[in-house]
Ligand binder design. Sequence first.
Ligand code: ASP
Length: 325
Amino acid sequence: MKRILLIATGGTIACAKTEGGLAPALSPAQLLERVPDAQGFCQVETLQALNLDSTNIAPAHWLLLARTIQENYQRFDGFVVCHGTDTLAYTAAALSYLIQNTCKPIVLTGAQKPIDQEDTDARQNLLDSLLFACQEESGVCIVFGGHVIAGTRARKTRTKSYNAFSSINFPDLAEVRDHRVVRFIPCAQTGRPAFTHSLNTRVSLLKLIPGLDPAAFAALGGLCDGLIIESYGVGGIPDLYLDQLEALVRSGVTVVLATQVPQEGSDLSVYQVGHRVKERFQLLEPYDMTLESTVTKLMWVLGQTRQPDEIRQLFYTPVNYDLLF
Ligand code: ASP
């Protein structure tokens, strides 16, 4: 029987009612008790890494999870991380960069309703995740609502429905249906795992809105080494901000010009408003990468180098299906 490590971090899946609203309470052993069928196909050990509403998850927690998985890597065939859904897509993307070339499945899951609620999706998600972690699979992924999504491609697109996650600009890797895995994308990423233990968290996001005060560029730029500017459509910078952008780039901030449109990605070469800044300021663009992946990849890249050529090379090297262009 496959040996699986179940790592709990809190989230709705482990929540109980309190006077002040839902709060994480159940231990991973208690979660496991709620899916007795798992005993039929795997041996599970449990570990409580955190017990947080995922609103409180931060990069230090991603590093803790990567280290926990590394420390247990040899002893287990697969890993299931129970996590709140709110920032689950960021954690899945971060783990995709921190743990590369893994030949063992690292599955993140959660639920929209606590596991002890009658109409919960938690028991099915947990059982599906344990089942998927027992397959000859590889890489970091999310199993949720029957969908198996690459760790770099997920986004929480619904706040209440059971199918809370979508795979953005990329198909689902697989589905879990009636206790069977149906694969759509062949397994990749096997080899010796490569763990990284540093992130540069001085990364920020500036979302443009019509009429935004130009001073926002310097205000946010002063706080970071990498700034993602979410502009419009396939991407461009309004005339009003050209001087601010130039000052930012000259100060040494790595600028990524992204789009706030969720589907299909950026292409700065199309319009003059994009073309003129990409060439002149050597901006990076995410193309079809999700925001969650762009943020965590930039933290991972800047944690390793500040050399512009190396930043560019690492940023554009595909990891766990994050980038097709
Ligand atoms: N606020 C919860 C969390 O992210 C929501 C959930 O888990 O669904 O921890």
